[in-house]
Design a protein around this ligand. Sequence first.
Ligand code: GLU
Length: 550
Amino acid sequence: MTNKDLANAIFPNITKTIEDYEKEYPKRNLPDGAIVSRFAPSPTGFMHLGGLFQALIDYVIAKRSGGVFYLRNEDTDKAREIDGALELIMDTLNSYNLTPDEYEYNGKMIGNYGPYIQSERKEIYHAFIKHLIEIGRAYPCFCTKEELDLMRENQETMKIRTGYHGRFARCSRLSIEEAIEKIKNGEKYVIRFRSNGNFDNKFVFDDLRQGKLYLNENDIDEIIMKSENMLPTYHFAHVVDDHLMRTTHVVRGEEWLPSAPKHIEMFEAFGFEAPKYIHTPLIMKKEGDSLRKISKRKDPEASMSYYDKLGYPKIAVIESLMTIINSNYEEWHQENPDKKFTDFTFSADKMSTSGALYDLMKLEDISKNIISKMTKEQLCEESLAWANKHSESLKDLILKDKEYYKSIINIEREKENPRKDIAKYSDIESLIWYMYDDIFYNKEKDYEWKNVTDKKEIKNILDTYMEKYIDLTDKDNWFNNIKLMCDELGYASNMKEYKKNKEAFKGNVADVSTVLRVALTSKSNTPDLFEIMSLLGVDKIKQRFNKIEA
Ligand code: GLU
């Protein structure tokens, strides 16, 4: 009996050969240097910041080189699969404008290299496994979990490297007859790759991020097909899919680096060229003085839903990730403020060699800058789109009077040094509520009085202002009037004079403006007071001032 008999006993219905598949999925017809990259998440119901980080690299390197970026759904672990997970992944990529060129979704397949869902590729994997069995590079293994646990325990007590290798690879020594007999008897089995490697030999592995690494050859007979569902393991699916889909660059988490020798050996067993690899660093966060890995369990910001809920502009999240993807991105962006992130030339060797430190404060800064440059129309539309999904109350405010809302958010905007107090759409309501009478009067609020706290004095300022000085014709007049009132009431209208002789005055023009500001809004810190007053108008101002009791 030959290996062919064994292969036929296991896969009697597989007739296509790997050559057939080579023809079906020929080399892609792309310009020289074009990169084919893929995002290959497992559908576990969660879109991690690290996932977007990888997808972003995939996207940038493919687009910049005139290549292809595709999405592959790695759903071979049926136990961990969550309904709607692919939808979440697709929605996230689409919302960040990182739509893949090729994918399979909702029964629709875009691209000539699919299926892009691994569970639909079973026949392909079987053909490739069949080939390995025929050439003696794969075999069925009948070891039970108990036997494998015992083997591991023995290895541990003997202080031998654990795993199914060398003399421990028992089933690798079964004769073809024995193996076929066991299969006929209905014994459960997995398929293992037959390694020819020697762990004591080193080989050079060129990781595009970390450079040349000296890794030990693989000598583990890794499982390539599970017994349940006869689906492949990650290791095998990676080799077959990235070969057939003609991936040139694999961007994946560095937790896969220790498995790279297995993958390289499998590519060699088929005679395929391995893709280039970029193993990405862990995303870290600062906690006190130390750094730790961002954790799905502990850190809400690990999930992309966090950024959605708070309403950061998508481009701000992308920019913040770009700054940790390449150390020179920020400088490049400052020098090329009008260019898009896709114009940037990513270099894997400019990635952090340790972890990539993600800083939410940095995101806030980037985001404030981006929002500050939006026109009022843009900010109105973006914040409304966000509110439609995440905030009934902001949505109501906007729709009640869109023009008024635009005027409010446009205070100190669309100018050279625009306001930068909005980092995310969920900040907006807390910055504008006092512009709406119905909210203003119904809200419990603390008036944030500053230097002038005596209620009689406050009342005196407000009354005098209302009687004689209220004037909203233009900003100069308005301010002049406040200064005139200062002179009348014994406050310094000129800061220099005030500094020279503080005792001579009750306070200064800033103190008086603060009284007006706080009486009007309850806040001591607001954008431009003249603009706020102009938007509210004389009647509302008077109404609010009259509410302040001595
Ligand atoms: N499905 C694997 C994961 O989610 C993909 C790794 C890879 O990109 O090759 O970790």
